[in-house]
Design a protein around this ligand. Sequence first.
Ligand code: ADP
Length: 480
Amino acid sequence: MFILQAAPEIHPFAKTGGLGDVVGGVVRPLAELGLQSATIMPLYRRVRESRPALARAAEFEVTVGEKTRTAVIWKGVYPGTQVPAYFVEEDSLFDREGLYGGLKGDYADNAERYVFFSRAVLDAIPALNLPVDVLHVHDWQTALIPVYLKTIYAQSPAHSRIRSLLTIHNMGYQGLFWHWDWSLTGLDWSLFNWKQLEFWGKLNFLKGGLIFADFLSTVSPRYAKEIQTEEFGCALEGVLRDRAKELVGILNGVDTAEWNPATDRQIPARYSAADLKGKAVCRAWLRKKMGLPECAAPLFCVVSRLVEQKGIDLLAAVMGDFVASESQLIVLGTGEDALQRALVDAARRWPSHVAVEIGFNTGLSHEVMAGSDAVLMPSRYEPCGLTQLYGQLYGTVPVVRRTGGLADSVQDGVTGILFGEATVASLTAAIRKTVETWRRPAEWNRMVLNGMKQDWSWARSAREYAALYARLAGAAGKTA
Ligand code: ADP
């Protein structure tokens, strides 16, 4: 069985978020399971800057609307493996500062950029002679690939047996473009109707993928259910309900080479479930670094984008609670101006209880995770979430809202504390409950140790993807 993963970003070549981590995270464990695979992504400027060793592998013309553009395919390997990593070069589209946009917002030609990429992926398969059984695509940027497989490429001998899997990383990003961009796709206008690729007069890439892919997945079982409801479906819940039988959730994993308190060189002392002494050192160090006094109460942290999705407005509204419960809070994040300001104001007002660092700082995020007692995530929605997984591995109890991947990866009273509503009252109650539980050391330590023993490795996710690929490829065998 041969799997080709086509994605708009792949860690460590270039990434903007969790999507890049997922694709990169499963490459090595899939190889360890004995699966043959390859990856393909655009050759962005950022990929060149990371200087992977590349060899020219193919060159061909790709049709995009009225134009043809030249795609040059470069071949490297995924770091630490023998897995081929292909890159599609077209400098006028991909040799840019950002991946999807710059300071002025999204690039105006994103429809053209990802139509080109999607068709280049399909044309690369015969050009490189890849025996693809399953084409695993990710998010709206590659969501037209399943549409092409069932239309323009349906009769092609190199493509007709390929089964497609589309993974949705966040329903909030759909690739919506005005209808004049339709001609770029090369698809027949008959598909531009509300039951297929049209969405309120616009062209919706993700919707196309949701309808045409052989199978769909998202990054947690609970999010897979939630997106079938009006609250979380971003107006595509009906389409998702129609595909409910072919939609599963597979939780993301953690890069345990980077996130392991027993080997982490970015924290002042190392520790493990067998010996937690180093955690106390990390805690004392962190308090000092952030200017907080010693305190006989738990130290909470938040490491997050500071946006409404993450419930940071709720957090800003409960800052006085850390004073009232005599606990402390450290926030590390960047995001919306008003939220940043509210948090910084609270830190000025209550310097013994609240410390805030505005910025994106990976090193500090390790120190914060190691030195805190609890990590707060009052998210409104959360497709998977990573911070609650890091928290568990670092003995930092996750206190999270019961939604999406948070509900799937934190067990209430066992590995963390869950709360129900995205409201100030519910968050306040959760903070109080956490402080009370912390005051019962036997109970608290049990949660800490339970969390540290969880397996959040990518190997676990890769096993689930491998089973899904086998199911898809098996189904292809039957119909072939
Ligand atoms: P999302 O992808 O929605 O932002 P996730 O929890 O899935 O949320 O992943 C966020 C990742 O970014 C985590 O690894 C988190 O530690 C990291 N992160 C978020 N904000 C910061 C920051 N200010 N500094 C360092 N790391 C951050």
